[in-house]
Design a protein around this ligand. Sequence first.
Ligand SMILES: NC(=O)C1=CN([C@@H]2O[C@H](COP(=O)(O)OP(=O)(O)OC[C@H]3O[C@@H](n4cnc5c(N)ncnc54)[C@H](O)[C@@H]3O)[C@@H](O)[C@H]2O)C=CC1
Ligand SMILES: O=C([O-])CC(=O)C(=O)O
Length: 328
Amino acid sequence: MSDTMTVTVTGAAGNIGYAALFRIAAGDMLGEGIRVKLRLLDLPGAVRAAEGTAMEIEDGAFALLDSLDVYDDARAAFDGTDIALLIGSRPRSKGMERADLLSANGAIFQEQGRAIADVASDRVRVLVVGNPANTNALVAAENAPGVPGERFTALTRLDHNRAIAQLGKHTGAAARDISRVTIWGNHSATQYPDIFHARVGDRAGADIAQDRDWLENDFVPTVARRGTAIIEARGSSSAASAANAAIDHVHDWVLGTPDGDWTSVALRSHGEYGVPEGLVCSFPATSDGGDWKVVEGLDLGEFARARIDASVAELVAERDAVRELGFA
Ligand SMILES: NC(=O)C1=CN([C@@H]2O[C@H](COP(=O)(O)OP(=O)(O)OC[C@H]3O[C@@H](n4cnc5c(N)ncnc54)[C@H](O)[C@@H]3O)[C@@H](O)[C@H]2O)C=CC1
Ligand SMILES: O=C([O-])CC(=O)C(=O)O
């Protein structure tokens, strides 16, 4: 990492953008010694609002902020970028079919993948937050010739953090004492939050998982449906927690995961754990500050295998749909 990094945030006028940008400018994402050039991208109709957010960022007088620019054009926004947070996407509207959603987002992430390949820095790292995040990342990667596939990732860190929180509530342990939790599969209700390899203080996750009623009827569905529960309670989707997770994801990617722990990252599969090559699937992963590395060799029991297979089947169906639409 150099001492100045260019960071592009799409959907900058939106809720997650609003919660993420100030923390990025404050140094929470890349570390306190690293200066940041911030580039905000949104649609032409939302640029005025993005400019308002930029005015507030200016008013933060952040010591690490070197420059701040607002764009409505992807190629200009990604020019020379080192870190791209792809948050903006087309939300599902009333009456919209799944295919329409994949099609609208396919077009966005195809264009952004091409722009990143053409103009971003050679070391660019991409995190897709906008839903359907895994498949949007797959589309962007497939349309970015010359950019190594491992530079395209999707966010399942929010699910990972949710799993730690629920495990902490159940056991009374603090988040800092919980490690080696894994989210497998898709960022959707089919995801499988896995505690069988976790450590909770001195306890093994497999021991806590002996309470099958809690595991199957409480923990797994609570984590997998937390996004929906928050929409029902707040009237809008998770924003500050999603921004926090995006910052955690990039932080651990560029600065490394803590010794003895791993995190969850949706990465292009090389066939690990039998996941078809090329799918953007959530795995346990570590980083030494360079590339993500999938943690291999974990034993998966029948319970885990069935759930991972179901989530992977959903990813295959999404991939086939965007292929059919010509986006991948
Ligand atoms: N992966 C995850 O864990 C999570 C993902 N999400 C997803 O993140 C996305 C953003 O959420 P919010 O910020 O709450 O939504 P929001 O609706 O508040 O903001 C989205 C922004 O993206 C912009 N946008 C749309 N298309 C764009 C494009 N082609 N280029 C640039 N900007 C574009 C919109 O104009 C809007 O300003 C949604 O897709 C949401 O479902 C939300 C929570 C968690
Ligand atoms: O469904 C949404 O837009 C929100 C989401 O992904 C989550 O909270 O996990």
